[in-house]
Design a protein around this ligand. Structure first.
Ligand code: FES
Ligand code: FES
Length: 158
């Protein structure tokens, strides 16, 4: 298959890679970079399991073609440990029992990160809207929304 060269930054690290021109961003993240915290569920943009933050926006990485990554700044779940808001969200998900099987969790955390970075005072309704594209089969959603609300409260009490 035709290969293309891509330059981008993931989790604060610059990469230059050669990859198949027809790859999707999730393929590059999981197979080329070996960052397997980003999960693939539906593959068609409906479950949110593959959500990453690209240039400040939450996106479904199964819907982004690899060439669109060129020049982009991307955050995945592996990058959360190095960021205050990322650590805050991970701690809040644990405190609120918002993780069961965990398959959906990286996607929810990244959607929440994109929201709270832009809107630290997000209301419960805005939180619900921001994660409307993320599906969880285990928790019933309430603990997840509580966790994001908890993270926002901690952010605003600093
Ligand atoms: S795997 Fe991308 S939205 Fe479901
Ligand atoms: S915790 Fe299992 S799908 Fe959400």
């Amino acid at each position: 298959m035709h290969k293309i060269k891509l330059n981008f930054n993931v989790n604060g690290k610059d990469y230059e890679i050669l990859t198949d021109a027809g790859s999707r961003m999730i393929d590059v993240i999981r197979n080329d970079l070996h960052l397997t915290g980003t999960k693939e569920g539906c593959s068609v943009g409906e479950c949110g399991a593959c959500t990453v933050v690209m240039n400040g926006e939450a996106v479904s990485s199964c819907l982004v073609l690899a060439p669109q990554m060129d020049g982009a700044t991307i955050l995945t779940i592996e990058g959360m440990q190095g960021l205050d808001l990322g650590k805050n969200l991970q701690a809040s998900f644990i405190e609120e029992d918002a993780i069961q099987c965990g398959f959906c969790t990286p996607g929810f955390v990244l959607s929440a990160y994109a929201l709270l970075q832009k809107n630290p005072g997000a209301s419960r309704e805005e939180i619900r809207d921001a994660v409307a594209g993320n599906i969880c089969r285990c928790t019933g959603y309430i603990p997840i929304v509580n966790a994001i609300e908890n993270a926002a409260e901690k952010l605003n009490s600093k």
